[in-house]
Design a protein around this ligand. Structure first.
Ligand code: SF4
Length: 318
């Protein structure tokens, strides 16, 4: 299916590296400063024990072994040659610098063309970025920091117990740019405390900061989390699938057309969950959004005219 109504990540990778590129997930024995008491306890209200992923190998295996096994499996299944090492779970820069260096270097094997590192905005630091910048140049790799933001609404960030506000995200993006490290911002467009105004502001702030990539998720509710309790006790309710689709379309309309979109809805586990993607497969919802955009002649960036002195531009007719 041609989904050119937005700037699709797989297409970007193919153009950049000349063929399809696959991510190899890596699971480190880590926690998160929002769980271990450093900035908070209990974590974000939606965070389950897996800290963001449910499809990784055990962290008891070395990084090299995880990369090797995943690479073998994906190479055989998809005839793949190029890969990105993807440090996915928890907060992958929340560890001593020497350990971080060791893990990153273990992940660089034949065929690796990039490294993606998931972390929190309050765990992005110059010393780590300087090292990544050296690695980038030494091995000719594309390096991306995947930053969990979830929303630019700092009141909602408090409600979900993120332990950081919008400022730390802005700081992390600016810092990444200083070291030529790409940023992929993660957002949840259906947080119960956000409305369409927040969705539009999400797109505008990411565009103004000139982030390179974005990944959208729909909130899912894991049993045993604080969000699970709130959901069961009727303290929160989730918007309908149609409203989620409308939020994604509006978000894309306001997003700079150059920003690459990794996902417009996340995959999620079914086990131990109280609510996941309106009981539909993620790709079906994605396809519905794309079809809707096509029918309505909407493309990413259609309403991206608000930067560089919008009022003056109107006055001067630039
Ligand atoms: S920052 Fe990520 S790993 Fe940490 S508590 Fe929140 S969702 Fe979980």
């Amino acid at each position: 299916m041609d989904i050119a109504v937005y700037n699709v990540y797989s297409k970007y990778l193919k153009e950049r590296f000349g063929e399809k590129v696959y991510k190899l997930p890596i699971n480190l024995p880590l926690t998160c400063p929002n769980r271990d008491g450093c900035v908070g306890t209990g974590g974000c209200i939606f965070c389950g024990e897996e800290g963001g992923s449910f499809e990784n190998l055990s962290h008891a295996l070395s990084v090299r072994e995880q990369v090797k096994r995943n690479k073998e499996y994906i190479s055989e299944r998809y005839k793949a040659n190029k890969f990105i090492s993807y440090f996915q779970n928890f907060t992958n820069t929340y560890l001593p610098l020497d350990d971080f260096k060791k893990y990153v270097e273990e992940s660089i094997v034949d065929g690796i063309v990039g490294i993606s590192i998931s972390t929190r905005p309050d765990c992005v630091n110059d010393n780590y970025l300087k090292y990544l910048s050296d690695i980038k140049n030494r091995y000719d790799l594309e390096i991306t920091i995947e930053l969990g933001l979830q929303t630019v609404n700092y009141h909602s960030l408090k409600k979900i117990n993120r332990g950081h506000s919008l400022a730390e995200f802005i700081d992390a993006v600016i810092r990444n740019k200083r070291y030529s490290i790409r940023t992929c911002a993660h957002l949840i467009l259906n947080l119960p405390w956000d409305d369409m105004t927040d969705v539009i502001e999400n797109a505008k702030i990411l565009s103004a900061l000139n982030v390179e990539e974005v990944k959208l998720h729909a909130l899912y509710v894991v049993d045993g989390t604080e969000l699970g309790r709130m959901y069961k006790e009727g303290e929160v309710s989730l918007i309908s699938k149609d409203e989620y689709k409308e939020r994604v379309i509006t978000f894309l309309e306001y997003l700079d057309e150059d920003i690459i979109v990794q996902r417009i809805i996340g995959r999620a586990p079914k086990e131990n969950t109280l609510f996941v993607n309106w009981n539909e497969s993620w790709w079906k919802i994605r396809d519905e959004i794309v079809e809707d955009m096509r029918n309505r002649k909407i493309k990413q960036g259609k309403k991206f005219q608000y930067l560089n002195g919008k009022a003056i531009k109107k006055l001067q007719k630039f």
